[in-house]
Design a protein around this ligand. Structure first.
Ligand code: ATP
Ligand code: MG
Length: 423
């Protein structure tokens, strides 16, 4: 957004760092992303749900893991007035799993849902990285087979296509395997990174003890250098995990979805297994991931529920918005323009009748004819209904086509019909 010279100097009027207001033009883009995603997700049989924006801190702490970036340094956690520790949600999946258990939805498996809304993470704000941002996410609970992984990915591709941004993204995928494979890989990683312990970042040294897989998710330059020589998960997948991954890849091939296997791709959260994937773009600089997801069979159990497989993804709405090829324009209004005091009342009535007939009507509420015509122009109005004293006496108005400049006087009774040309 361009810096506004009229912006107040008073620091109390500045929004919190990393948060922003979404003004109407930007919000049209935002809504276009959300509404497109909604429409396509519904086509795949997903139902929309919504969870609270805050949860008990444990909901995230337990599931995301203490060593995740999110839990260790990004959560907005506070005690409420009764002393409960609450956290503004940093992501949606933990909340979906919590809601699944709270509402006893076990009988309804498989459950296919999507949700959207704001997320909160205390991060260093930059282009495409905010402290309050928005996600659109989909989840399938209760399907252990790779078909679910394929379906969620296909849904992601479909949404990107509908938005016209698919050609700006690539799909990368990896398998983290089942717990046996991950344990074997973990051992190999610990052995490798222990040999280079001194060269690791402080964060990654901590990860080495608690969750070495996370080192692969590190953005530290030194860590990334070490990763080049690190062992690959693919060498540690057992037969079942290999077969699972192959079925996912076959399914994507059947659907003509291009994908590249990236053996370094891991998800930063504890609960992932098997499939991990990301849709990334080169267009947004360092903030390249627009959709990220994977399989999280361990999550619901970790939360204290019955073992329930899950797979899903989350899209960053702001990042998708930045990829949109064009801005959706608002519907062009009809400007109702009273001339003189006595026309104000009738103008209100006429505007109301037109709105009730489904027209989009703008009224400027002040100024002379010239000023109101200027506003009509700024609003990109397609037509003006000008109500002058003389015309009103004849029970008519002047209708001006604002594109051609043509105008004619028409009886008020014919107005709604005559305006149909401008719909
Ligand atoms: P990154 O590697 O960019 O930090 P992440 O792995 O933390 O991403 P996820 O937790 O998987 O991201 O969230 C899914 C998607 O949400 C991301 O791919 C991105 O599009 C978006 N996202 C995540 N964090 C932010 C943020 N701080 N600001 C804007 N969008 C974000
Ligand atoms: Mg992050």
């Amino acid at each position: 957004m361009p810096k506004n010279e009229n912006a107040p100097k008073n620091p109390a009027l500045k929004p919190v760092r990393g948060t922003h207001d979404i003004l109407p033009a930007d919000y049209r883009r935002h809504r276009m992303v959300v509404e497109t995603a909604r429409r396509v997700a519904a086509q795949y049989g997903y139902g929309e749900m919504s969870m609270p924006i805050f949860e008990f801190t444990k909901v995230f702490q337990r599931t995301l893991g203490d060593t995740s970036d999110i839990v260790s340094k990004e959560m907005y956690t506070f005690a409420d007035r009764s002393g409960d520790s609450l956290t503004l949600r940093p992501e949606a999946t933990a909340g979906v799993a919590r809601a699944f258990l709270s509402n006893g939805l076990i009988q309804e498996l498989p459950l296919k849902v999507f949700c959207q809304g704001p997320m909160f993470r205390y991060e260093r704000p930059q282009k495409g990285r905010l402290r309050q941002f928005h996600q659109f996410g989909v989840e399938i609970l209760g399907v252990p087979t790779p078909q679910a992984d394929v379906e969620t990915i296909a849904l992601g591709v479909h949404i990107l296509e509908e938005l016209g941004v698919a050609d700006k993204t690539v799909l990368e995928i990896n398998s983290l395997g089942d717990s046996e494979s991950r344990a074997a890989y973990r051992e190999a990683l610990v052995a490798y990174f222990t040999g280079h312990r001194d060269a690791l970042s402080e964060d990654s040294r901590a990860r080495l003890e608690r969750n070495p897989l996370r080192i692969l998710d590190s953005k530290d330059k030194g860590d990334r250098k070490l990763m080049a020589e690190a062992p690959n998960i693919s060498e540690y997948l057992n037969d079942a995990s290999r077969a699972f991954f192959d079925t996912v890849l076959d399914g994507l091939k059947t659907l003509n979805i291009d994908v590249s296997v990236n053996p370094r791709l891991v998800r930063g959260l504890d609960y992932y297994c098997h499939t991990a994937f990301e849709f990334t773009t080169e267009v947004l600089g360092a903030q390249g991931a627009v959709i990220a997801g994977g399989r999280y069979d361990g999550l619901v159990k970790q939360m204290g529920g019955p073992a329930t497989p899950g797979v899903g993804w989350a899209a960053g709405i702001e990042r998708l918005t930045m990829l949109l090829p064009q801005s959706p324009e608002p519907t062009r209004p009809i400007a109702v323009i009273p001339v003189g005091e006595e026309a104000q009342g009738p103008a209100m009535t006429i505007a109301q009748i037109l709105r009730e007939n489904g027209y989009v009507v703008d009224m400027g509420y002040s100024g002379n004819l010239a000023k109101r015509m200027k506003r009509a122009d700024r609003m990109n109005a397609c037509a003006a209904v000008i109500l002058g004293g003389d015309e009103l006496e004849r029970n008519s108005a002047t209708l001006r086509d604002l594109d051609s400049g043509e105008q004619s006087e028409i009886p008020l009774d014919d107005l709604t019909d005559r305006l149909s040309a401008f719909r």
